[in-house]
Ligand binder design. Structure first.
Ligand code: PLP
Length: 400
């Protein structure tokens, strides 16, 4: 058996043993409905509220500011639609500010609101993969209902100046939402100190289970209900709570948020060694700011290489990686994130994302550096585009 390297932790992560342990009792023993009045239900209810406290503590929030959801996508949809529509109803505000390189959970939600008559400003993202706070401020008008800017990009891993953007929004009295699905556990987050009104997160990116997420909503933020039904989640999202997965999410958050510094200290040298090694490949390009990026994110473009073929050849070497976000791989369109940072299609097509989690090691990095360069060489030997680049008929020099 050859070596296996799972380097796609930005897509999803393995559930940790502690998380699994935390979930099991709710399938086997404590299976009561948290809304039931007898002991078994109340025990489940107590664990649910304990999980809410844990998640709140990890973010610097209050327990009654945490709503459990079914995923990061749901949290994003709820925050954006729920807040924008409440703002329209109460204050007649119909303008949303976001960035061009958000996850589709945000972009498509904003596009859906455009169809309902909202105006959306898609702020440009600079070459370094960062949004500029001053551009957020310039875009704010007296009609702005909401600003939504992601904490860390899921493809190129850049960490946005969230506290600065939050401060600007607070100054102008505009609600501020951030999609922190990739950031939680990798960045210190304090929603109060960082002026965040709403924050989305998801369990499966932090060694927790899939199909569970949370939305933090600062007390006093106007938000329409997501699911009308029972009184669960303070009447704003009806439906019997997924107690087992919520317990798993809380265990994952506790573990991830109490070890952020260790994670940064462990993953950063791995990331940097991989970046330095891959930069030695001729006509390779690191995407996103070198320092303002997630500790486990490496994202490259290799000229004259087709991303899908690269992934297939890596898979044959036991490496699981991605060319962009899990949701867009499978489509042949170049990533909207890479186009947003100004790359042309010809460069954007040759992209590779390698993302590390708690179970990767420096040996994984060494293995990646052993297998990637010869694969690039083989793919280039078959590539008409590489031939044209070599002959000077096509040039992407300005993007290097
Ligand atoms: N937002 C970002 C930045 C993501 O990376 C993802 C998942 O890839 C999501 C939202 C969606 O999260 P979920 O898969 O839990 O719906």
């Amino acid at each position: 058996m050859g070596r296996k390297v799972y380097a796609d932790n930005a897509a999803t992560t393995a559930v940790s043993p502690q998380v699994l342990e935390a979930m099991l009792p709710f399938y086997k023993e404590v299976y009561g409905n948290p809304s039931s009045l007898y002991g078994l239900g109340q025990e489940a209810k107590a664990k649910l509220e304990q999980a809410r406290e844990t998640v709140a503590k990890c973010l610097g929030a209050k327990p009654n500011e945490i709503f459990f959801t079914s995923c990061g996508t749901e949290s994003d949809n709820w925050a954006i639609k729920g807040c924008a529509k409440a703002q329209l109803k109460k204050h007649g505000k119909n303008h949303i500010i976001t960035s061009a390189f958000e996850h589709h959970a945000v972009l498509h939600t904003c596009q859906a609101l455009e169809k309902e008559g909202f105006a959306v400003t898609y702020l440009p993202v600079h070459k370094d993969g960062l949004v500029r706070p001053e551009e957020v401020e310039s875009a704010i008008t007296d009609k702005t209902a909401l600003v939504t800017i992601m904490y860390a990009n899921n493809e190129i891993g850049t960490i946005q100046p969230i506290p600065e953007i939050g401060e600007i929004c607070q100054k102008h009295g505009v609600p501020f939402h951030t999609d922190a699905v990739q950031a939680v556990g990798n960045v210190h987050i304090d929603v109060k100190a960082q002026h965040i009104d709403m924050l989305s997160l998801s369990g499966h990116k932090l060694h927790g289970p899939k199909g569970v997420g949370a939305l933090y909503v600062r007390l006093g933020t106007q938000l329409q209900n997501l699911l009308d039904g029972g009184a669960q989640e303070r009447g704003k999202r009806g439906g019997t709570e997924n107690v087992a997965e919520i317990a798993g999410l809380a265990a994952a958050m506790e573990e991830a948020c109490s070890t952020i510094d260790q994670r940064i200290a462990r993953l950063t040298p791995m990331r940097d060694k991989l970046i330095d090694g891959l930069l030695k490949i001729e006509r390779s390009r690191l995407n996103g700011h070198r320092e303002h990026r997630l500790p486990g994110n490496v994202h490259f473009c290799f000229q004259g290489v087709e991303g899908e073929s690269l992934l297939l050849m890596l898979d044959m070497q036991g490496v699981s990686a991605s060319s962009g976000s899990a949701c867009t791989s499978g489509s042949l369109d170049p990533s909207h994130v890479l186009l947003a940072i100004g790359l042309p299609h010809g460069v954007a097509h040759g992209s590779l994302r390698l993302s590390f989690g708690d179970y990767n090691t420096m040996e994984d990095v060494d293995y990646l550096l052993e297998v990637i360069p010869p694969i690039i060489q083989r793919l280039r030997a078959m590539s008409p585009l590489w031939d044209s680049i070599q002959k000077g008929q096509v040039s992407y020099d300005e993007y290097m």
